[in-house]
Every structure is written in structure tokens, then in C-alpha cells.
Design a protein around this ligand. Structure first.
Ligand SMILES: Nc1ncnc2c1ncn2[C@@H]1O[C@H](COP(=O)(O)OP(=O)(O)OP(=O)(O)O)[C@@H](O)[C@H]1O
Ligand SMILES: [Mg+2]
Length: 265
């Protein structure tokens, strides 16, 4: 299990006239991610969601002040060396960063991207890596035949699924997904969420889904966390939060959830 305890993050601004200014992006956030479950972290733009997510595999910029603990099966990732973290990234905790679908290298095929991850992190040969691609792509809900295409030859939804396949390459126990459905149509969004749910239900992956889309996050998650201005303002079962919101900010969520429930299924 991944347990974040009292995480606070302060970025240092090192450029221009902001040189001495600092921003508290995350304030005293505690949350847990367990295997086999899908957790959602929602909240408006700038509330600190990506900062929490990037803190987990130790990917915040140098010079950032971080306090608290991020425990992976009891071991604090915040006190690990870069070498120790590199053994955990991809293999135990994998990341689909915000905008991942647009960060493929244009001149190599999507299959080749996966082969490189398998070669670098697991030492597989090109042939061994290629053999794994069909099942990996299938996990992400993608036809293996697409592996020979270049990124620009895939649709947005397919690229997002390819980014998920890439993150799954080394069979991580935990998958951190930052806005994996943004900029996609509603049907494609639902399809990707269904794929993520299946990964947690059937493969036992612990998933943290970050989204500013509260109804989408609430519909998918077994536990929902909501951030505002760097702090966690709600946590729990999405329906309980809807019934008894603790924070006025959550009212918008409640309304959105109620509207969802009224929709005929
Ligand atoms: N590298 C950085 N340096 C300085 N400040 C940053 C940096 N990255 C993020 N911030 C600030 O930290 C705060 C939280 O940003 P973060 O990206 O975590 O928000 P978010 O909830 O993911 O927003 P969005 O939904 O728009 O992706 C914001 O005020 C942002 O400007
Ligand atoms: Mg973000």
C-alpha cells in the first residue's frame, strides 16, 4: 500500500522577479492507495493534484521543499536515494503523466516506445519485448496491430491508451494517472475509465486517478479525495460525500452526482 502522511509541498520559484516567492502547493495531505482499488483525486485547476501525484515517485523539481512521509509498504520514498527510486519507478509504481498522450516521440512507433521501456527497465531483448506487446496493448484496451504505427497515426483516445500500455509495461503494482481522459469525448472517456477499473478489479493494480472532472472521478472511484487550495477537503465513498458533504466547495460535486444518478441507465 502507498500511504501519504501529512505531505506538504512548497515550490521554490527561481526565475524572474518571483525569485524569492514560494508557493505552498500542497498542505498537510494524507491519503492511501491500496492494491486492487481505484482511488480518485479530484479538485479544481491548481488545487495541487498533480503535485501530490508527482511527489509519489519523487518527480518534483529539485529545490522543492517537501515534508511528511510517502510510505510504500512501510518504506519512506521521500528518504530514498535516486538509485533506490529508480528501482521502484516503472516496476512498482508507474505514472501516466498529465498530457502523456502528447509526449510520444514523433519519429518512433508506439510499439518501439514500449520496447525501449522493457529494454531499459527489465533488460529484455527487442524480440522478447515485442512478444509482450500484444498482451500489454490488450490490457490497455488497444489492438496490438497499432504497435507499428507512429504516434500521429493514432486517435487521441488510442494515444491515451498507448500511454497507459507504456506505464503498464513493467507490471507495476500501482498506477498513477494524471487526467487520462482530458480532451477526449465522453464515450472515449468512459471507455478509458472502464479499462482502468478493470485493471484494478482483475489485475489487482492500485490506481490513483487524478481528474478535475468531479462526476467522472466520482463515478469511477471506490474512494474519492477532493482537494482545494492545496488541502484535502473531502475523502470517502463518493455517495457518502454526496449525501453529507463536509465542505461547501463540495456542493457543486453533490449537484453533479445527483444529476448523474437521475440519468436513466
Ligand atoms: N514547477 C512548479 N513551480 C512552481 N509552482 C508550481 C509548479 N508546478 C505547479 N505549481 C503550482 O502549484 C499549484 C498546484 O499545481 P498543480 O499542478 O499540482 O495543480 P493541479 O490540481 O494538478 O491543476 P490542474 O487541474 O490544472 O492540472 C499551482 O498554484 C501551480 O501554479
Ligand atoms: Mg494537474
Amino acid at each position: 500500500m502507498i500511504e501519504i502522511r501529512n505531505l506538504s509541498v512548497t515550490y521554490s520559484r527561481i526565475t524572474g522577479k518571483d525569485r524569492n516567492a514560494a508557493a505552498d502547493a500542497v498542505k498537510d495531505v494524507s491519503l492511501a492507495i491500496e492494491k486492487g482499488r481505484l482511488f480518485a483525486l479530484a479538485g479544481e485547476s491548481g488545487s495541487g493534484k498533480s503535485t501530490v501525484l508527482m511527489a509519489i515517485p519523487g518527480l518534483l523539481p529539485r529545490g522543492t521543499k517537501i515534508s511528511g512521509q510517502i510510505l510504500l509498504d512501510g518504506k519512506d520514498l521521500l528518504s530514498m536515494t535516486e538509485d533506490e527510486l529508480n528501482r521502484i519507478r516503472w516496476r512498482r509504481i508507474a505514472l501516466v503523466p498529465q498530457g502523456a498522450m502528447n509526449s510520444f516521440t514523433p519519429v518512433i512507433t508506439v510499439g518501439r516506445h514500449v520496447e525501449e521501456v522493457l529494454s531499459v527497465h527489465l533488460g529484455l531483448s527487442k524480440k522478447e519485448a515485442a512478444e509482450r506487446i500484444p498482451s500489454l496493448f490488450a490490457l490497455a484496451g488497444l489492438d496490438g496491430a497499432l504497435a507499428s504505427r507512429y504516434p500521429h497515426e493514432l486517435s487521441g483516445g488510442q494515444k491515451q491508451r498507448a500511454a497507459i500500455a507504456l506505464a503498464l509495461a513493467c507490471e507495476p503494482g500501482y498506477l498513477l494517472c494524471d487526467e487520462p481522459t482530458t480532451a477526449l469525448d465522453v464515450i472515449t472517456q468512459q471507455g478509458i475509465i472502464t479499462t482502468l477499473k478493470r485493471l484494478s478489479d482483475e489485475k489487482g493494480v492500485g490506481i490513483l486517478l487524478v481528474s478535475h472532472d468531479l462526476p467522472l472521478a466520482a463515478s469511477a472511484a471506490s474512494k474519492l479525495y477532493i482537494m482545494k487550495d492545496g488541502a484535502l477537503v473531502e475523502e470517502g465513498d463518493p455517495r457518502t460525500i454526496a449525501a453529507h458533504p463536509r465542505n461547501p466547495h463540495t456542493k457543486a460535486l453533490v449537484n453533479a452526482l445527483l444529476e448523474l444518478e437521475e440519468e436513466p441507465s
